[in-house]
Design a protein around this ligand. Sequence first.
Ligand code: V0D
Length: 267
Amino acid sequence: MWKNWRQLVQGAQKTKKTEEQKGTEILSPSAHVPAHVAIIMDGNGRWAKERSLPRIMGHRQGMQTVKRIVRKADAMGIKILTLYAFSTENWKRPKDEVDYLMSLPQEYLATELDELIQRNVQIRMVGKEERIPSSTLEAIVTAREKTKENTGLILNFALNYGGRNEIIDAVQQIATLIQDKQLTIDEITEENFSHFLYTANLPDPDLLIRTSGELRISNFMLWQLAYTELWFTDCYWPDFTEDDLEEAVRAYQGRSRRFGAITGGRS
Ligand code: V0D
C-alpha cells in the first residue's frame, strides 16, 4: 500500500545539483528551480482599499495575477504550484464577499481551461469539498477530470483549506484504521502519516511565498512546510509580477547554494 506512494514522492524529488550546476546562471535551464512552489496570495483587500475600491475588485485583480503567475511558473520549469485561494477562516467574511470569491473558480476556468489543457497542465484541489457551493465544485471537478492525465505543471488550488483541520482529518482516518485493525500503532510513521494528508503523493513545497507583508504561516500546510524555504514580500498580490516570482526563486537558489552542501538532508 505504501510502495506506490513512496515511488511517486521519490520520483518527484529533485536530484542533488552537481558542481558545475552550482556556478550556472540563476534562471538558466540547468539551474536549480524549486519543484514545488506554494503561495499565500495576500493583500487583495488592502490593494482595493488603497484605491477606494470594493474588496471584491481586489480579488478580481488578484485572479488576473493568478493567470500571469501560472504562465510564468510553467515557463520557469516549476513542476507544482500550490495557491492558497480560500482558507477555512475565510467563511467568516461577509456573505457577499464569500459569494464573489466562490464565483472566481468558474470565472477563471471559463477563460483559462482551454489554454491550461493545451499547456498540459494538471489541475488539482486540496481542502475540504464540503461547504463549497455545488456550481463552484462542479467547475473544479470538471477541470480536474479533464486534466487528470496531463503530465505538465500541477496547478494545485488550496480551497476551504486549513492546516490543523487537515492534520485532524488524517488522525481520524488513522484512528479508524487502527480501530478496525487495518493498521498497527508502530506503522504510524512520518512517511505513512503524510499519506493521509490532502497532499498525499505530492512532494512538500520547496519554497513558500507570502505577499502583503505578513510574516506568518496562517494555518497553511503546517505539516508540509517543515523544511520549506520562506520568502516574504510587502507587495500586494494584485501587484505581484513575473519578476517578483523570479526574485523569490533567485533567493531560494542562493539559499540552497549556501546551505545545500552542509544540511546533508533535504536540498
Ligand atoms: C481571490 C487571489 C483563482 C486570492 C486570487 C474560491 C483570493 C484570486 C481561483 C481558482 C481566488 C480556484 C480554483 C480553480 C480555479 C481557479 C480562485 C478563489 C479565490 C476562492 F479550480 N483565483 N481565485 N479561487 N482569488
